[in-house]
Design a binder for this molecule. Structure first.
Ligand SMILES: [Zn+2]
Ligand SMILES: [Zn+2]
Length: 439
């Protein structure tokens, strides 16, 4: 007791000074962003006009690397094909904070009437396609370039190191190639120096400018591919009793799979989806074929539930097959993990979001059954991923063209908030973790 009493005034003083420092830095961020905003928007429009597909982000990477170098940041290029990694060492010791932006565009032909609309075309899977930043990754690159400029200007005050990760191929590498977050990790992006925490954001076309959405724990779904092969015995369509019909068996399996989410999962915990998207088998009306294959996708927001779905798919499919006299093979390939927001990090980030965007502008959102390859990063260290508003305020979210479509549109007046938020999250993490760990 005495000891605590003795140290109390000292502790109080140090907390006060920490808070004052944090406030000063956040005021510096605000000032910097105000002068930077036009530049961030100009970068974004340039990237928008010159989009590049996954693993082909050559010019984008060049521009990013040039900008980081101009800020005195150590730059590594060619990570996971076209990735750029910048390392900013603050003058004071502290943790290593990773900030991630994805750089790739999509094979979509832009239909939006903008002075900086994309007219780029390229060959994709042997076809001539338009290329468009139809998921808004152009805004992510510009926001992170702006954040790098803000934090580089505060190098003297910075208590730790920032790793800026400009990632290729979030939307998936071309057939036969590796890519994205997973490949960056394989190439050691989280080592030398070891990353302690990772933040990322996604612009959202149906969230109004100035608003932020977030969710602790499972925020976006895991994605697994599913292939089921059913082998029966071929026979004449008029004499089915002479064979084993894989088409009827496939139909029973499709229905059986529907009971996994509805009957086997504790759905009050988190949602899940099992979808069969394609069934193939047979050549004509009067031949019962030997084999049917079907493919599908599995989405989950909880890793335990994801495993349970896999187990039940195997049981349901093989047992239905067995009851029909068919043999069934189930192959499940894991594509993306659950995008998981560390609960403690989310709780610590929330006051920063609220201070930066305004309390009324920050919303707890429902989980999404789409996926994000930020999930690979957030599986390695505590991660926090949030959504940033990109919708013109006067628009109705229900009428907004979705991501990945030719009419997808982002109002770039919301980008400054992205820069402020990433910079403040970084500074706050450094502040709280430097003092807590004495690093
Ligand atoms: Zn996308
Ligand atoms: Zn995206």
């Amino acid at each position: 007791m005495r000891k605590e009493f003795y140290y109390a005034p000292l502790l109080l003083m140090s907390f006060l000074s920490v808070d004052t420092v944090a406030q000063d830095l956040s005021a510096m961020v605000d000032k910097q962003v105000t002068t930077l905003e036009d530049k961030v928007i100009a970068w974004r429009r340039d990237f928008h006009e010159h989009p590049e597909l996954s693993n082909r982000e050559f010019k984008t990477a060049e521009k990013v690397a040039k900008h980081l170098r101009s800020l005195g940041i150590d730059v590594q290029t060619g990570v996971a094909h076209t990735g750029v990694v910048g390392l900013l060492k603050g003058n004071k010791p502290g943790p290593v904070v990773a900030l991630r932006a994805d750089m790739d565009a999509l094979p979509v032909t832009e239909r939006v009437d903008l002075p900086f609309a994309s007219k780029v075309t390229t060959e994709y899977n042997g076809e001539e396609v338009g290329v468009m930043h139809a998921c808004g990754h152009d805004t992510h690159v510009a926001i992170l370039m702006g954040t790098a400029e803000v934090l580089a200007s505060m190098k003297k005050e910075l208590q730790g190191t920032v790793k800026f990760i400009f990632q290729p191929a979030e939307e998936g590498a071309p057939a036969g190639e590796e890519g994205g977050a997973e490949l960056m990790l394989k190439e050691g992006v989280f080592d030398n120096p070891k990353v302690d925490v990772v933040y990322g954001l996604h612009i959202n076309s149906s969230t109004a400018v100035g608003h932020i959405g977030y969710r602790p724990e499972g925020e976006m779904a895991s994605v697994d591919g599913l292939t089921i092969t059913i082998k029966g015995a071929q026979t004449h369509g008029a004499y089915p009793w002479n064979g084993v019909d894989p088409i009827v068996t496939a139909a029973q399996i499709v229905l059986g799979l529907q009971t996994i989410v509805s009957r086997n999962l504790e759905i009050i915990k988190a949602p899940a989806v099992v979808t069969i998207g394609k069934i193939e088998g047979g050549v004509r009306s009067n031949i019962i074929p030997e084999e049917v294959t079907m493919i599908g996708t599995i989405r989950a927001l909880d890793t335990g539930m994801q495993e349970k779905i896999h187990q039940r798919i195997r049981e349901v499919a093989t047992n239905i097959g067995e009851s029909a006299g068919a043999t069934v093979e189930v192959a499940i390939s894991k594509h993306y993990p659950v995008t998981y927001n560390d609960p403690a990090l989310t709780a610590a980030s929330l006051p920063i979001l609220e201070k930066t965007a305004g309390k009324e502008q920050v919303h707890l959102i429902p989980p999404r059954t789409g996926a994000e390859d930020f999930s690979f990063f957030a599986r390695e260290v505590p991660g926090f991923f949030f959504f940033l508003g990109g919708m013109p305020p006067e628009m109705d979210p229900a009428e907004v063209p979705p991501h990945h479509t030719p009419d997808f549109y982002i109002d770039d007046s919301g980008l400054a908030l992205g820069v402020r938020t990433l910079a403040n999250l970084t500074l706050h993490y450094m502040d709280t973790h430097t003092h807590a760990t004495g690093k």
